[in-house]
Design a protein around this ligand. Structure first.
Ligand code: PEP
Ligand code: MG
Length: 837
């Protein structure tokens, strides 16, 4: 016997139906019942009872006889897991049909319909419950029903079971066991459910969608699954019940449609009722629902309701609409959106409804999708852009010279590199879709051919890259436009009101800064000044400065750069209109600025007016075995102090200039790659001197804040004394990760997937902050800094600043803000809000 008769319980308004015990479907049906919707009589079987049934305990047939009577009523059985997305065994319809009810049905709904229903049940029972060969039970045509019944008898040595209670018992047992099977366990674990997740079942009296008058079954929803816009969509299948198709079956559109007949025209009252039920369900279930319904001779039954499937953009529009209509509070709307999903709204996206011709995959380094002709060089990209032909730049990896090409392209694909490689960082900054580390591609530059996935593509052929998924597709895929609409704005406005950790943007160009403003960043948290020289017209100036080996040459080259920088900073200050701007002094890993091949060397020799041999010798002298650990950051500033002097002067002059016409500017100057207190002292002394000189010359007052980038393990450990000289510290978690792991930012992409697949690392630590290791260093640094300098401003400005999990960590660590690529600002704002709610 069942352990407790209440484990099988009719779904009435007052019944004790609980999601944990009976599953979401039972609970949802109860809500529909409470609303007074026409839900057929339904019974919930608790997960405990289902477990007993799976173990072989007898099903309480008497109880079902009490509930459904003996013989006349057909029922359906549906799974009811705790959460919708955990799925469950397939629904079984019209349980209980036998020779007697078949005869009855023949009279009430017609012979053909009754035959179709009985046949479809016999077939599904034979295959799913008796486990007979599916090929044997594919009968069609006039004698199909008698053939199926005969075949069943022959195979099973007994007639098709006629006792409805036995049929039901067998169906329940089979569904209960299917849930326990290894495949089902794996499937639900993949969806995030525990392996031993409970399953409830719902038994419901059938409403028949076949027979005289208007009959059929259908679904209706009130918001578009792709856009989220209010729109009635769905199908009505007349004279159909699951796989049973009666004579006169026809599919109708729901609303008026020039392509064919619609339910709205065929049965306006039915349609109006469905709309009414939909509005009520949305309000009471506090969710955008899809209703499943049956019409029997013009009468509607609502047999099920599920959450509308939705794309990222639809999820935003739906949640905001629910909150704007007062159905859910804004905080709940915020919590319902996955922050990462916002990336899909900021860019073009491959239409999820469209076919995809997949060539290969790489790392999804910068979201969005783009279609263009393949080009293999920056020159070709620029030529293509000049012809107004969108192109995708395909490179083994990118170097600073490729910036021009990246600007001219609609997307970037590289064979090498990881999430913080040059291509990835620049593309994110530009908001360009980008795939890196597509290790399967090979580029035949001589013949101008891209080979991937066993196929070849010539330069000029069209491909689509989906930087959101990392997929490279052949040809032009159908696209969705970005969705920066009022719903998006509203959601982020609510996010800001939640009062989470601050969010600034990493911005190096006026374009970045404007994007940062558009996404309401609270300032610029990192301006990488060396990036201001990636541009073709500027690269030479930077190289000249690097190559100068006499003080006089250096003075001249710095004199050339100073006004460029001053203009850069004035523009940034003006765009940011009084919001804080953190300018990082030069941190050029030299290899990113040295010429790479003979052509470039010759070009440089020409522009410097030096013999090629001199330039070559100098390049050799400057080249480092390990440039990421070489003459970088403050080391350059200490070795050649005139360089930082020049930058400080440019910043101060720009400050005076920008403050004269607009909001007062208090620049924040940040010193990179510090590992010792003395470095900060030396730089600070000189910058203070420059400030004094500029004040004096210009007879103008200004203040500034000097801060330090904490991105070496030693700087974390010595953060206390470093903080004494600093108004703020910003953790550069890219380098900090590189140095904590001893893992190259530029090369780790090659084996990262193997490391993650074998669970050496849980995640790519360049992507999601390693809380145990790098995070501990960060906490140590923050604590020591605060101990020596209470109230010091603390932040993170590595790529992790845009990662929701890492943002939660920063918030727990009590940091003041995170700073991330401009296009990740919306994601960060939402993630910050969710931590605060
Ligand atoms: C960092 O190291 O985290 C950082 C922000 O600086 P960059 O990426 O320019 O080295
Ligand atoms: Mg760094």
């Amino acid at each position: 016997e069942m352990r407790d008769i209440t484990d099988v319980i009719e779904i009435t308004p007052s019944a004790r139906i609980e999601t944990d015990r009976h599953g979401w479907r039972a609970k949802c049906l109860q809500r529909l019942v409470r609303m007074g919707l026409p839900v057929p009589r339904s019974v919930a079987i608790s997960s405990a009872a289902v477990q007993d049934i799976a173990k072989g305990q007898p099903v309480p047939k008497e109880r079902f006889r009490d509930l459904f009577g003996n013989g006349e009523t057909l029922v359906s059985v549906r799974p009811s897991a705790v959460r919708t997305e955990w799925g469950g065994p397939g629904t079984v319809l019209t349980v209980g049909i036998n020779d007697a009810s078949h005869a009855c049905l023949s009279r009430s709904i017609g012979q053909d319909n009754a035959d179709a229903i009985y046949l479809s049940f016999v077939q599904s029972y034979a295959i799913n419950i008796a486990r007979l060969d599916p090929d044997m039970f594919a009968q069609e045509g006039p004698d199909a029903l008698s053939d199926a019944l005969r075949l069943f008898r022959e195979e099973m040595d007994e007639p098709f079971p006629q006792d409805p209670a036995r049929q039901l018992a067998e169906v329940l047992r089979s569904m209960a066991r299917a849930w326990e099977g290894p495949t089902a366990r794996l499937l639900r674990q993949a969806k995030g459910a525990p392996a031993d997740a409970p399953l409830g079942l719902v038994v419901q009296e059938m409403a028949l969608g076949m027979g005289p008058g208007l009959c059929g079954s259908g679904t209706i929803q009130f918001a578009d699954s792709v856009t989220g816009q209010p729109r009635v969509t769905g199908r009505f299948r007349g004279q159909r019940q699951g796989s049973a198709v009666g004579p006169g079956a026809e599919t109708l559109y729901l609303t008026r449609d020039e392509r064919g007949p619609s339910l709205e025209e065929a049965a306006p009252e039915v349609f109006a009722d469905l709309i009414r039920f939909g509005i009520a369900a949305r309000e009471r279930l506090r969710e955008e629902m899809q209703l499943e319904f049956v019409v029997s001779d013009g009468r509607i039954s609502i047999i099920d309701a599920t959450r509308v499937q939705r794309s990222a953009r639809a999820s935003v529009r739906i949640a905001v609409a629910l909150a704007s209509d007062g159905i859910i509070p804004p905080d709940e709307a915020l919590m319902r959106i996955e922050p990462r999903a916002l990336a899909d709204l900021l860019h073009h996206q491959v239409d999820p409804r469209a076919p995809r011709d997949l060539i290969t995959r790489g790392i999804n380094a910068s979201p969005g999708a783009a279609t263009g002709r393949i080009v293999f060089s920056s020159a070709a990209a620029q030529a293509s852009a000049a012809r107004d032909e969108p192109c995708v730049l395909v490179r083994r990896e990118t170097v600073p010279e490729d910036i021009r090409g990246m600007h001219a392209s609609v997307g970037v694909l590289t064979g090498r590199g990881g999430t913080t490689s040059h291509a990835a960082v620049i593309a994110r900054g530009l908001g360009l879709p980008c795939i890196v580390g597509a290790s399967d591609i090979s580029i035949d530059l001589r013949n101008r051919i891209l080979r991937a996935g066993g196929r070849s593509f010539r330069e000029g052929e069209v491909i689509t890259i989906d930087g959101s998924t990392g997929e490279v597709l052949a040809g032009a895929a159908a696209m969705l436009e970005p969705a920066l609409d009022d719903s998006f704005e509203q959601l982020l406005e609510w996010a800001d009101q939640a009062g989470g950790i601050g969010v600034r943007a990493n911005a190096d160009s006026p374009e970045d800064a404007r994007t940062a403003r558009r996404f309401k960043a609270q300032g610029i948290g990192l301006c990488r000044t060396e990036h201001m020289f990636f541009d073709a017209s500027r690269l030479h100036a930077m190289r000249e400065m690097i190559f100068a080996d006499t003080p006089e040459d250096r003075r001249l080259s710095l004199q050339r750069i100073l006004p460029m920088q001053r203009e850069d900073f004035i523009e940034l200050f003006q765009i940011m209109a009084g919001l804080p701007v953190t300018i990082r002094l030069f941190d050029p890993p030299l290899h990113e600025f040295l010429p790479h091949d003979r052509d470039e060397l010759r070009e440089l020799a020409e522009s410097l007016d030096l013999p090629l041999s001199d330039v070559t010798r100098r390049v050799e002298a400057l080249s480092e075995f390990n440039p990421m650990l070489g003459m970088r950051g403050v080391r350059l500033g200490i070795t050649v102090p005139e360089i930082y002097d020049m930058q400080a002067r440019a910043i101060f002059e720009a400050t005076i200039e920008a403050s004269r016409h607009g909001d007062p500017v208090v620049p924040e100057i940040m010193v990179p790659l510090v590992s010792a207190r003395r470095e900060v002292e030396l730089v600070k002394t000189r910058i203070d001197a420059v400030a004094a000189a500029v004040r004096n010359e210009r007879r103008a007052e200004f203040t500034y804040r000097l801060g330090v980038m904490v991105e070496t393990p030693r700087a974390c450990l010595r953060a206390g004394e470093i903080a004494l000289h600093s108004a703020f510290l910003s953790f550069g978690t890219n380098d900090l990760t590189q140095m904590t792991y001893g893992l190259s930012r530029d090369d780790a992409g090659r084996f990262m997937s193997i490391y993650v697949n074998q669970q050496v690392y849980e995640e790519d630590p360049f992507h999601i902050l390693d809380q145990e290791g790098v995070g501990e260093l960060l906490l140590i640094g923050a604590e020591r800094a605060r101990a020596h300098h209470p109230g010091i401003t603390l932040s993170v400005c590595g790529e992790h600043g845009g990662n929701p999990e890492s943002i939660a960590f920063c918030q727990r660590a009590g940091l003041d803000y995170v700073s991330c690529s401009p296009f990740r600002v919306p994601i960060a704002r939402l993630a910050a809000a969710q931590c605060a709610i």
